[in-house]
Design a protein around this ligand. Structure first.
Ligand code: ZN
Ligand code: ZN
Ligand code: FE
Length: 749
């Protein structure tokens, strides 16, 4: 007698929009199982019927042969009564369940699609919008869930008979590929210049313009880029001037890994990250030839590099092998997504436009990452990584956490899930605030989210704080302020699923955050569990002149530090870098503490060191001085640290000022070693006192890989478990998740 069994399998994870259902259907057919697979809004449901051993091998192959872009977070199997159906079917999406399905991020073009677009005999030869179930736009085109074409910006493109046949054939690799398109029925490109608009040979026109040194505004996946030939120094200089960009580094798109090697050092891990489905911008050390890329990233040891991740970008790399690709935006504003908006806002920066008519439902910047221990450490989380859902260790009511002002990103939470938004921008103008609201509206619609509580940063002056209070007031919601650095710590604890009663020591180093005592914090140690995170140590307070002024002027931070240390600073490098006005006012200002703020900021400590070492006295963007100092330090193998008492800054500065034999590189390395040593020793002692072996590292200063690696490895060698951000950035872009977690614990119910 042949025994038949039927299983119902619920799969949660990134299983929609990644070719998961066709994969299931092929597998079932292969094994001769009957049943069905169906998308629901919260999971994929599979029912399969056959003999127990075939069902067992189905379950095994389901996990082992999973498509690369799919991820199974959770799989629930139950045995149900057989229904004796005859075939396997893919059923249309069901609706009505709560919206929490894993919506996939935008996926870089796959190999099969590359091959097709390169084959002259293929009907999609050189088609800029081809895609399949394994690749193409997702998040950026989705307007609602479940993920089906009518709920994407592809809805207006009616399928031609050929595309329809592929879409409906479950043996085809475009079976149910929602953004499926071809030159007959899909989106189109056109070229626009002041005197001319044309849709034939748009790519050729763009390439000609680029090779003549012109600057193009090019519509991509999550918004517009401004692009120019990276090998044309004149074009790069023009772009820099038009973007009013100062020394800020430009990201590069290069044709392939070989080309990338001309600009940056690439090992196997870096190559794998560049070629991953997320295809992020990876910040890598400049290649040995130090002249290369000096105009792209002046006095910076690193260049951000990415590979062409869409078919359109591949076409652009046919005749040019390296393009500067920088976000298309007005200074300080979010990335531009619409064609008309682009012409309106970018006409002074771009010589031409390359438009297309596939709508962008949600703005999404390129992600920026560093390579840390073989994986991506997010600096900016956008295209390819957003959206994600994370499991929270506790249940929460529907909570909106608004994040902070710099590197703004919010986070939605409900039940045991958190949904962090992609990077939005620096909250310093109306345009960013509007983009924040659009992004909030978009994610709220996708997840059918209605906040019942709002949490925000305790800084009373943040725009995000004011927005949160007004929003809570308008919607009659409870609102809760969360201290900045505790949120940084809680963010990492949430990522690792640490429960609220788990004891930790958290080391949070950043530039600025509003402290409990009204001082500017940023060099903080906390001990305890999440319900009571006590500040057990901090960097000694120093009076810093004018909050923002010393963030832009490392020289001011340096002199404030030297002054606080009681050292004579008049003949130092930072003193030479002062403007006449600063030189006149500063002694008096520091003397009486006029417009000075008490600060324990680790970010400013690094700035001060960079200025004292004559590396940089003024910055054009956040953390510029620290980034340059890290790159210099990384070139030295001098792993000694300064032999001074722990956290005695006066002794440290005195040593650095008198250490005249060593090179700047060696001194920068010694400074890193000293701070790392102090940090790990203090963290260890606090952990022993608290009775925990878990140490959390968070805050923007830990984007410094030299510091991160030194502190982590020292602590790990001493037997501690070190937790560093995995999915979200250590900087304020990851803050909202921590606000959310702390907000969930303070549940007003
Ligand atoms: Zn593909
Ligand atoms: Zn078609
Ligand atoms: Fe911060």
């Amino acid at each position: 007698m042949k025994l038949k069994q039927r299983l119902r399998i619920r799969v949660v994870g990134i299983v929609q929009g990644v070719g998961f259902r066709p994969f299931v259907a092929r597998l079932a057919e292969d094994l001769g199982l009957s049943g069905f697979v169906r998308n629901t809004t919260s999971a994929v449901v599979i029912e399969v019927e056959s003999s127990p051993d075939l069902l067992a091998s189905f379950l095994k192959r389901l996990e082992t042969e999973l498509p690369a872009s799919a991820t199974i977070e959770h799989l629930n199997v139950e045995t149900i009564d057989p229904v004796d159906d005859q075939q396997f079917q893919i059923l249309t999406s069901g609706t009505g369940e709560s919206h929490s399905a894993g919506l996939p991020p935008d996926l870089a073009i796959c190999r099969d699609c590359c091959r097709e677009m390169d084959s002259p005999e293929d009907r999609r030869y050189r088609y800029p919008f081809l895609n399949c179930t394994a690749c193409g736009p997702r998040y950026s085109i989705v307007e609602g869930l479940p993920y089906d074409r009518p709920l994407t910006t592809m809805r207006d493109f009616a399928l031609c008979p050929d595309c329809r046949a592929e879409y409906e054939d479950h043996k085809n690799r475009r079976y149910h590929a929602q953004p499926i398109a071809c030159p007959v029925c899909g989106p189109k490109l056109w070229f626009e210049r002041a005197d001319f608009i044309g849709d034939s040979d748009a790519i050729e026109l763009a390439l000609t313009a680029l090779s003549e040194g012109q600057i193009g505004a090019i519509r991509g996946i999550g918004g517009f880029h401004l692009a120019c030939d990276a090998r044309n120094t004149k074009a790069v200089a023009v772009l820099r001037a038009r973007k009013a960009r100062g020394d800020q580094p430009f990201a590069l798109m290069v044709r392939d890994i070989e080309t990338a090697r001309e600009f940056v050092q690439i090992d196997e891990q870096a190559a794998a990250l560049l070629g991953s489905t997320a295809a992020p911008i990876v910040l890598l050390q400049k290649s040995g030839d130090s002249k290369v890329g000096n105009d792209l990233a002046p006095s910076n040891g690193y260049i951000g590099v990415m590979l062409p991740y869409s078919p359109l970008h591949r076409l652009l790399m046919k005749s040019l092998d390296a393009l500067v690709m920088t976000s298309g935006n007005l200074h300080g504003e979010p990335i531009v997504t619409g064609n008309e908006e682009a012409v309106e806002k970018l006409s002074l920066q771009a010589d031409f436009f390359l438009h297309h008519n596939r709508g962008i439902a949600a703005a999404c910047d390129d992600s920026v990452v560093r390579l840390y221990r073989g994986r991506a450490l997010a600096i900016r989380r956008g295209r390819g990584y957003a959206p994600i859902s994370l499991s929270l260790p506790v249940d929460c009511i529907s909570t909106l956490a608004v994040g902070a002002d710099l590197k703004s990103a919010f986070c939605l939470g409900r039940g045991g899930k958190a949904y962090p938004s992609p990077h939005i921008g620096d909250m310093e103008n109306l345009a960013t605030l509007e983009s924040f609201e659009r992004s909030l509206h978009h994610l709220s619609r996708l997840y059918q989210f209605q906040p019942e509580q709002v949490v925000y940063d305790a800084h009373p002056g943040y725009l995000s704080t004011q927005w949160a209070l007004r929003f809570a007031d308008e919607h009659h919601l409870p609102a809760l302020a969360i201290q900045h650095h505790r949120a940084h710590a809680a963010s990492v604890m949430a990522e690792y699923g640490l429960t609220p009663d788990q004891k930790v020591v958290a080391v949070v180093f950043d530039g600025t955050g509003f402290g409990d005592d009204g001082a500017i914090w940023g060099g903080e140690f906390f001990s305890g569990d999440l319900t009571r995170l006590q500040r057990t140590m901090h960097l000694p307070y120093v009076e810093l002149p004018g909050g923002d002024a010393s963030a832009r002027r490392p020289a001011l931070a340096a002199i404030a530090h030297l002054h606080a240390a009681g050292l004579d600073w008049t003949a130092t490098k930072p003193a030479c870098a002062l403007t006449a006005l600063e030189a006149k006012l500063l002694p008096r200002q520091l003397g009486i503490g006029l417009n000075c703020h008490r600060s324990s900021s680790m970010g400013r400590l690094f700035d001060a060191a960079a200025s004292i070492l004559d590396i940089r006295h003024s910055v054009a963007f956040e953390a510029q001085a620290a980034i340059e100092m890290e790159a210099l330090a990384a070139r030295s193998n001098d792993k000694a640290s300064y032999a001074v008492s722990r956290w005695n800054l006066a002794e440290l500065w005195a040593e650095m000022l008198t250490d005249t034999h060593a090179t700047t590189e060696a001194k920068a390395q010694r400074f890193h070693q000293t701070i790392s040593l102090w940090t790990s020793r203090t963290a260890q002692e606090l952990a022993l006192a608290e009775g925990t072996d878990t140490i959390v590292l968070s805050g923007g200063v830990f984007q410094n890989l030299l510091l991160l690696e030194c502190v982590s490895s020292t602590l790990e060698q001493a037997g501690f478990r070190v937790l560093v951000p995995r999915y979200l950035p250590p900087n304020d872009g990851g803050l909202a998740l921590g606000q959310l977690y702390l907000g969930a614990l303070a549940d007003p119910r």
